[in-house]
Design a protein around this ligand. Structure first.
Ligand code: SAM
Ligand code: SF4
Length: 336
C-alpha cells in the first residue's frame, strides 16, 4: 500500500519533461470515415471493452490530482458518445483543471455547442479539410459539409473564447484550399492549424508519402497573400503559431515530420479502452482499465500506476512515411 503523501504532486518523466496535458478518447466510433484516419470498413471495439463514463471521470480526476491542468476530449468522434455531456460536466468541475477542451468533426455541434459551453468548455477545435461539399464528402467518405458549417456557426454563437479549425494538408487533395480556408477563419475571428499527415494505422485510400505536404510548403502558400509573424504563444499543444497582422487569427503548424515536437512533449493519451499511451508514435502503454475494474474506487492505485508510467515515456516518435506503418492503431483509436 502506498500512502497518498508518497505520491508526487506533478508528473515528470525521466527526460525531465513535465506532463500537464492529457488527451482522453471517449469513443473509437465515428460518423465519418476520413481517408487519412480510417479504412472504409472499420471494426469497432465491443462496448464492454470501452471505459464507462464513470471510469473516464475517475481517470480525469486521477490526472487532475497529479497536477494535470488540461484535458482534451477526443475520439473517434467524441460527440457521438451517448450522454457525453455528463462527462464534460463532471470533468469541468474538477479542482485544479484550468482547461477542458474538445476536438470534434463538428457534425453534432449544431445541437451540442450550447450544452458544451455551459459545461465549462471555453475553447474547441473543429476539423475541416475542405469547403467544397463534394470534396468534403470524398475526404470524409460520408460527411455533410453543410451540417458541419451549421455546427461551426452554432459554436461561434455559443460564445466559445477560441475556436480553432484543424486541417490535414494533402497534396492534390486540398492544397488549393489553403488560402480559402485561411480566409474562412479570418472572416470569423478563428484560428487554424495545418497538420502533416501521420502514419497511424493501415489505410486503403492513398499512399501517405505521395500526398504528404510539409508545413513549410503550406506556409509558403499562405505567404502569397498574408504575412505570417512568428509568435512564441502556445496553447499547450504541439502547434507552432504565427499571427496574421491586423486580424485576430493565429495560424498553427503541427509538423511531426518536418519539425519534430517531441523535445517539448508535455502530454499523454488515454485510449477509449483505458490504455495509457505514453507517446503517439510508440506502443509504450499501461493498462488503466485493469486497475479500474479490478480495484474499483481505488484512486491511489490508479494514481500510482500513472506516476509509475513516467518511467517508460519514450524520448520521441520515429514516424517514417516511406516505411510500412509500425503503428497499427488508427488515429481514431489513439485519440487525435
Ligand atoms: N473526430 C474528431 C475530429 O475529427 O476532429 C476527433 C478525433 S480525430 C482522430 C482528431 C484529429 O486528428 C483531427 O483533426 C484529424 O484530422 C486528425 N487526424 C486523424 N488521422 C490523422 C493522421 N493520420 N495524421 C494526421 N492527423 C490525423
Ligand atoms: Fe472520425 Fe475524426 Fe477520424 Fe475523421 S478524423 S474519421 S472525423 S475520428
Amino acid at each position: 500500500m502506498t500512502a497518498a503523501s508518497a505520491l508526487p504532486q506533478t508528473l515528470v518523466d525521466r527526460f525531465g519533461r513535465r506532463v500537464s496535458y492529457v488527451r482522453l478518447s471517449v469513443t473509437d466510433r465515428c460518423d465519418f470515415r476520413c481517408v487519412y484516419c480510417m479504412s472504409e470498413d472499420m471494426t469497432f471495439l465491443p462496448r464492454s471493452e470501452i471505459l464507462s463514463l464513470e471510469e473516464l471521470a475517475a481517470v480525469g480526476q486521477a490526472f487532475a490530482e497529479l497536477g494535470v491542468d488540461k484535458i482534451r476530449i477526443t475520439g473517434g468522434e467524441p460527440l457521438v458518445r451517448h450522454n457525453v455531456i455528463e462527462l464534460f460536466e463532471t470533468l469541468g468541475a474538477l479542482d485544479g483543471l484550468k482547461e477542458l477542451t474538445l476536438t470534434t468533426n463538428g457534425s453534432q455541434l449544431d445541437r451540442m455547442a450550447v450544452p458544451l459551453r455551459r459545461a465549462g468548455v471555453r475553447r474547441i477545435n473543429i476539423s475541416l479539410d475542405s469547403l467544397d461539399p463534394e470534396r468534403f464528402r470524398n475526404i470524409t467518405r460520408v460527411g455533410n459539409l453543410n451540417k458541419v458549417l451549421a455546427g461551426i456557426d452554432a459554436a461561434c454563437e455559443a460564445g466559445f473564447e477560441r475556436i480553432k479549425i484543424n486541417t490535414v494538408a494533402m497534396k492534390n487533395r486540398n492544397d488549393d484550399e489553403i488560402l480559402p480556408l485561411v480566409d474562412f477563419v479570418v472572416a470569423r475571428g478563428m484560428d487554424i492549424s495545418f497538420i502533416e499527415e501521420m502514419p497511424l494505422g493501415e489505410i486503403d485510400d492513398h499512399d501517405r508519402a505521395e500526398v504528404y505536404m510539409s508545413s513549410d510548403e503550406v506556409a509558403e502558400v499562405i505567404r502569397q497573400r498574408h504575412e505570417l509573424v512568428p509568435t512564441t504563444e502556445t496553447t499547450g499543444g504541439p502547434s507552432r503559431y504565427f499571427r496574421i497582422p491586423e486580424t485576430g487569427t493565429r495560424v498553427g503548424f503541427i509538423s511531426p515530420h518536418s519539425h519534430n515536437f517531441c523535445e517539448s512533449c508535455n502530454r499523454v493519451r488515454v485510449t477509449t479502452e483505458g490504455r495509457l499511451l505514453l507517446c503517439l508514435g510508440q506502443e509504450h502503454s499501461v493498462d488503466l482499465r485493469e486497475i479500474l475494474r479490478e480495484q474499483p474506487g481505488d484512486m491511489l492505485a490508479l494514481k500510482r500506476a500513472i506516476v509509475d508510467s513516467m518511467a517508460i515515456k519514450p524520448r520521441g516518435h520515429d514516424f517514417n512515411l516511406q516505411a510500412k506503418p509500425v503503428i497499427f492503431r488508427h488515429m481514431s483509436v489513439t485519440g487525435g
